[in-house]
Design a protein around this ligand. Structure first.
Ligand code: G3P
Ligand code: MG
Length: 455
């Protein structure tokens, strides 16, 4: 999580709130797992599946009873002490088309009850809608219990559920739907403001698709936007700003977001008299109860159907920071960003895979077979690979990272990957999974057990 230096670390509150709040489908012990995860985070596991050293040290000598009872899943599959975290765009999907081998991989892991999660910086749809779509396309059952989108962790921000939030990014109608599905009661989107207060942005954006005419989807505002001379208390106050995924109308969004960041207490259409006051921290910018701004990720590029990666939310964040830099004469924008590579998203993802593992392996299976490795398969060195490499040091499980050639990273264009994937570079997800299963089969072979040789 990157936060600017001068203001109290919003991350702290969020991290605490992350820890305090749990996913609807998650059970209460998730919180205990997290704390346990945190406490054990300094235990580096023995086996690092990096291409160089494959030294394996068997920790516990399994007893016969524990070996038999705890080494088979309820339906008789070999229990695994590892799992997978799959990125979506550029690994499993090219825009809305499955990448060859992706479906076979997930179906094999599903049938063998090897826990895996989908961990994407994508979003813009509710989790259930995205899962249904992906399950159909990848022909494998997916659930809320093994699926994490970039904005999913925002659902744990309970302290904002009773407040009024501004949400932008992607399909405006869906952004409101997602926010409501997370429990946020009062949600405003930029289109609402532009429809009810046209002069807030003098230009009108004509979306290619008529379905997105703001007039058609705008909701009434909880309170009117302040007009000069109107008592501020009775006007619209925004308590937090969320960017869920890739905004469509950058100009309108940047205008409204900067209006809120210079406002007094979040009252749109007001201006704080602390702005630019050099006697204050951050020269008075964002020092007057302005709404916090949360970005769900910072991917500059992402892999779509076009032959070159396209600009992502990170580019929007860059544009906004550029405008803010000009407005404040160089003051950094105080913001909170999650998503890969940020540790919060990996802590969240690890909670999800622990929870899912219990569902797949059963209580006993999960309890007696500690999760040792989560193989992270990604196409983006700045998010997938960096995130897993950094998190490996913070988690009790290892997160070996695998980079595929089917997405953002392109050897000819980008040269040597930096950061370097710890478990290697693979043509596609099929080869990556094959390598991991061979590694795990060898590990299991040391305990005289059969692994996964039929992949
Ligand atoms: O906007 C989504 C994109 O940035 C990346 O998605 O699945 O590759 O993490 P994914
Ligand atoms: Mg990707």
């Amino acid at each position: 999580m990157s936060t600017s230096p001068s203001v109290s670390l919003p991350g702290e509150t969020m991290r605490r709130s992350f820890m305090r709040h749990r996913r609807p489908s998650a059970t209460s012990e998730l919180t205990s797992i997290v704390n346990k995860t945190r406490r054990k985070s300094n235990i580096a596991s023995q086996n690092s599946p990096t291409k160089t050293k494959t030294k394996a040290i068997v920790t516990e000598i399994p007893t016969h009873s524990t070996m038999d009872s705890a080494s088979k899943t309820p339906s008789g599959n070999q229990i695994s002490n590892f799992g997978f975290a799959f990125d979506i765009d550029g690994v499993l999907m090219q825009k809305s088309t499955p990448i060859p081998g992706a479906s076979e991989c997930l179906r094999y892991l599903h049938d063998k009850e090897i826990p895996f999660i989908l961990l994407t910086n994508g979003g813009g749809k509710t989790e259930s809608a995205r899962i249904q779509d992906l399950s159909e396309k990848l022909k494998v059952p997916l659930t809320l219990d093994n699926f994490v989108q970039a904005h999913t962790p925002f659902r744990t921000l309970e302290h904002l559920k009773g407040k009024t939030i501004l949400v932008t990014g992607g399909d405006p109608i869906k952004c409101r739907e997602i926010s409501k599905s997370y429990g946020f009661k009062s949600v405003v989107i930029p289109g609402d403001l532009h429809v009810h207060h046209r002069s807030i942005w003098p230009f009108h954006y004509y979306p290619l698709d008529d379905a997105y005419r703001p007039e058609d989807y705008a909701d009434d505002l909880p309170k009117p936007v302040r007009e000069p001379g109107v008592d501020t208390e009775d006007t619209l106050k925004i308590d937090a700003i969320f960017v869920f995924n890739d905004p469509r109308d950058w100009a309108l969004d940047i205008q409204i977001i900067t209006d809120l960041l210079i406002s007094r207490q979040g009252y749109l259409g007001t201006r704080s008299n602390k702005n630019g006051d050099k006697s204050l921290p951050n020269a008075g910018w964002q020092q007057d109860g302005q709404p916090q701004i949360y970005f769900s990720h910072q991917d500059l590029h992402w892999s779509t159907g076009y032959h070159m990666p396209r600009l992502g939310q990170g580019a929007f964040q860059g544009a906004l920071c550029g405008v803010w830099d000009l407005m404040t004469k160089g003051k950094p924008l105080v913001k909170t960003t999650i998503g890969k590579p940020h540790a919060e998203t990996y802590f969240y993802a690890e909670r999800v895979i622990h929870h899912y593992r219990k569902l797949v392996l059963g209580e006993e299976g999960d309890r007696s077979n500690k999760l040792k490795r989560v193989w992270m398969v990604g196409d983006n060195t700045n998010s997938d690979i960096k995130g897993a490499n950094d998190f490996s040091g913070k988690s009790s499980a290892q997160w070996p990272s695998m980079l595929v050639r089917t997405g953002v990273w392109h050897p000819e264009r980008d040269g040597e990957p930096n950061p370097k994937p710890t478990a290697g570079i693979f043509d596609d997800v099929m080869h990556a999974v094959k390598y991991a299963l061979e590694f795990e089969t060898k590990e299991l072979g040391k305990e005289g057990k059969d692994g996964w040789t039929d992949f």
